[in-house]
Design a protein around this ligand. Structure first.
Ligand code: FMN
Length: 147
């Protein structure tokens, strides 16, 4: 059966939204995909997906984006029941705490009993060819985990 994958993104200036769109294009032939902006995502429904991929920038001083806070708080009350997941995001090495939101989300999704199926990927601002290759590898790992 075709797996369903939810891609959840937080993006202010478009980089992470573009990564989410790229992921959807990569996965489209092998999975049913839905993209959700993070403030619209329901943490309590995540386990209905076969896998989730969370894409987020980092804001403030190494923190989650404001619009990701509710989702993150709700995750603390969720049992993902071993739902497969992966996390990635574009943030910026010009800041002290590079990509810290990726770390927080990775830790919380593990704590919420998710099954991490790919190493988390941090991208410095605009993705270059190597970064896109890492994004594609992450997508492939998610697909392989569902096969
Ligand atoms: C006010 C502000 C604070 C930021 N703080 C951080 C930070 O602490 N760590 C980090 O890695 N990037 C930080 N960034 C950089 C963004 O995460 C980065 O520009 C990212 O690529 C934006 O993604 P988007 O285009 O999807 O919004 C900050 C950006 C802004 C505007």
């Amino acid at each position: 059966m075709t797996p369903n994958i939810q891609i959840i993104y937080a993006s202010q200036s478009g980089r992470n939204q573009a990564i989410a769109g790229h992921l959807q294009a990569q996965l489209a032939s092998k999975a049913q995909t839905v993209i959700t902006e993070i403030s619209q995502a329901d943490a309590f429904e995540l386990s209905q997906s076969d896998a989730i991929i969370v894409v987020s920038y980092t804001f403030h001083d190494g923190d989650l984006p404001d619009e990701a806070q509710d989702f993150f708080e709700d995750l603390k009350d969720v049992d993902l029941d071993r739902t497969k997941f992966a996390v990635l995001g574009s943030s910026s090495k010009t800041h002290l705490h590079f990509g810290r939101a990726v770390d927080y989300l990775t830790i919380q999704l593990n704590s919420s009993n998710g099954e991490q199926v790919a190493d988390s990927v941090k991208i410095d601002r605009d993705a270059d060819d190597d970064d896109w290759a890492r994004v594609d590898q992450l997508a492939q790992r998610v697909l392989t985990s569902l096969a």
